[in-house]
Design a protein around this ligand. Structure first.
Ligand SMILES: [Cu+2]
Length: 305
């Protein structure tokens, strides 16, 4: 259901995209930085735009930012700048020795109230559509649970998905160097402040629901390439979802200022084919701690019509 709506959003996005392409092309702003400079699954040096999207939600989010918000912001900023320059030039004391005593202009006041309202309403339509797609969790193929701790993550795969849990901690510079030395990969495979000891592995093109909570203080589960961000609150279970359409490793970080090592609790989600996922799962069941009372999958709520 959500996918169908996503399809609609994408179609609408396509139509608007065509109409807006001239504007964005003129501005030379929309989309270009993120396409040219953004890394896949992680930030890259001198990146300006958002990270390359890896889910339909992230694609729509970036389209919304690049094709709707950025042009509107740019046009408004230029318009205000031009007005200020005009006022400075036209009404300076030397050119305008006898100033007008006008204090009100009904038409102008209506205009500067109504036009911003219309702009906001126009933004609200695609914005709320996107928000609805983000918060409506489709039927999940896999549900995992992420728990934030000061300062690491714990991920649990419930009974119907393996029944194990493991902790995720950032690799120190020494550990990264040792991993490269041991031939586990190249330098680029262990990005600084992002590489972790245990990656979360999920299958590609599958809907993954993530239950998010915290064990001590507030944290937030965030993966920029998936356009996913959910507060991790002790005693409360939040839920978010993603469906990665690209294989690869996608890094996320805690996005709630949670203490001294807030910057050092990344997480890594490795998206792989179903076969590779099955192989990892068989391994993980042996490798990681069993959980008897695995988190129960919450009921899927039907979206309001
Ligand atoms: Cu945190």
């Amino acid at each position: 259901m959500a996918m169908k709506r996503l399809g609609n959003s994408e179609r609408n996005a396509g139509g608007l995209r065509a109409r807006l392409s001239a504007v964005t092309g003129l501005l030379g702003l929309a989309g270009l930085p993120s396409v040219a400079l953004a890394g896949m699954g992680q930030p890259s040096p001198w990146q300006i735009g958002l990270q390359t999207p890896a889910t339909p939600i992230a694609e729509n989010t970036q389209w919304f930012h690049n094709a709707i918000l950025l042009p509107i912001i740019t046009v408004i900023s230029l318009f205000v700048l031009i007005l200020i320059v005009m006022v400075v030039a036209k009404f300076k004391a030397s050119k305008n020795p006898v100033p007008s005593k006008t204090t009100h202009h009904a038409g102008l006041e209506v205009a500067w109230t109504l036009i911003p309202v219309l702009i906001l309403v126009a933004i609200a339509v695609p914005s709320f559509r996107l928000l609805r797609d983000q918060v409506t969790i489709p039927k999940a193929d896999l549900t995992i649970k992420a728990t934030g701790y000061a300062w690491y993550w714990k991920f649990a795969y419930p009974q119907d998905a393996g029944g194990f849990e493991f902790e995720v901690r950032m690799l120190s510079d020494e550990e990264r160097a040792a991993a490269v030395k041991a031939g586990k990969g190249k330098d680029a495979d262990f990005p600084r402040l992002l590489a972790v000891d245990n990656e979360v592995v999920v299958p590609v093109n599958k809907t993954v629901a993530v239950q998010v909570t915290a064990g001590d203080v507030l944290h937030a589960f965030a993966v920029p390439s998936f356009a996913v961000k959910a507060d991790a609150v002790p005693g409360r279970l939040n839920q978010t979802w993603f469906r990665a359409t690209t294989e690869g490793v996608f890094y996320g970080q805690c996005s709630e200022l949670c203490g001294k090592d807030h910057a050092f609790m990344p997480l890594a989600i490795r998206v792989v084919s179903q076969e590779k996922y099955d192989a990892w799962l068989a391994d993980a069941k042996k490798k990681y701690a069993r959980i008897e009372n695995a988190p129960v999958q919450t009921a899927q709520t039907e979206p309001a019509r």
